[in-house]
Design a protein around this ligand. Sequence first.
Ligand code: ADP
Ligand code: MG
Length: 477
Amino acid sequence: MEWEIVIGLEVHAQLVTKSKIFSGASTAFGADPNTQACAIDLGFPGILPVLNKEATTMAIKLGLGIHAEIAARSVFARKNYFYPDLPKGYQISQFELPIVGKGYLDILMEDGTTKRIGITRAHLEEDAGKSLHEDFNGKTGIDLNRAGIPLLEIVSEPDMRSAKEAIAYLKALHALVRYLDICDGNMQEGSFRCDANVSIRKKGETRYGTRTELKNINSFRFVERAINYEVERQIALIENGGKVIQETRLYDPNKNETRPMRGKEEANDYRYFPDPDLLPLVITEEQIAAVRSQLPELPQQKRQRFIDAYGLSPYDANVLVSNRATATYFETVVTTSNNQPKLSANWVMGELSAALNKANIEITDSPVTAEQLGQLILRISDNTISGKIAKSIFEALWNKEGDVDHIIEKRGLKQVTDTGAIESLVDSLIAKYPDKVAEYRAGKEKLFGFFVGQAMKESGGKINPQQLNEWLKKKLA
Ligand code: ADP
Ligand code: MG
């Protein structure tokens, strides 16, 4: 039987405000437990929450980034439930009237086309505290520093049809919130969390199947694995005559499986009602216009510009714009290399990115500056050095041995382009290997590579490859 996979994602993005969404307590990561929770976060009697204006601005930014309607009037609501890390007994969220309405993101598909993924809504809410189950000898510790940290929950339509599409959407959203400077995107620290809703249905069926919601997935790789595991589980279940039940499941990365966590609660279980302590949030056209005027170029626009202006493939453009620092680095390389976009893209995505990964360094801390890499590419394109030599110069740049021209000079790496020198090297090889020459002339054309190899060896890789080929062809003929 042919099954269709249906996925919708709920993403919680932690906003990078200095203070909490309804109090003045600090949001800095890594402080000692319970040193950053104030009376408001703890819900003491007599306290009143005050909305953080910066959090509102950030929500507007996201709304504009996904081409959504920003609500002129939205309402905070109490979501009531008991949990030890929620001392107030309710979480302040938004329910019927969220700040951001319907929008979309266009994701890049493998064939280079784009697909539009609908976004249902995004709303502001406060985070809960954290229960710590380790290190307490069978007891549970509670850290309330996270209580009251602003979150933006971004809910997608069930528009994705494979784990790969879900990852593409998640990465596009991840890039967007970082371009907008509203979230640091750190999945390990939980600043960008994803719940995946997964169901299957027979191909051609128009109604959706029953979904499960997968929690606790803290990397792109795990999102893909968790979805794939869950799809296989649902298919096996249904094909064996069973039924999927709507529930929340926990993903276990160590066992690579999902297991039931709790039955799915319904919205009315939470007894949502408008929070009487907070006025409705009113946003004016002027406020929206002010935020709009400050938006940077966003990833989708940048991707299109890289395709149009530099002739890059959609895939390359997409990789390069995935974070702003990489895109900026790339553009500096293009400028310094005197406009060699394709070579620049190859070097940034290849040699540089591999070296950064290996050393676990961010591109902003790269030992090889964008100007240096641009200079290196310039020297490849003006035939001063070969691509192969360039790799050794890259290593020298990485080790801070000076600038490109200095390294070329010091190590005597300049490519041999002097016709006389190349001709006499070819002559000497022909004299040195008469047997091979004879075999070549008798039709063993593979031997051409042997002569190229010998020439490169004798010249220390410095000979200009095109010129060498021409001379070899001429003399071996
Ligand atoms: P809740 O808040 O209870 O989780 P929502 O209606 O807000 O419920 O939906 C949450 C997410 O589930 C959305 O991202 C939506 O796209 C997705 N979703 C809804 N129905 C399905 C389905 N049948 N299969 C997969 N995802 C679904
Ligand atoms: Mg949900």
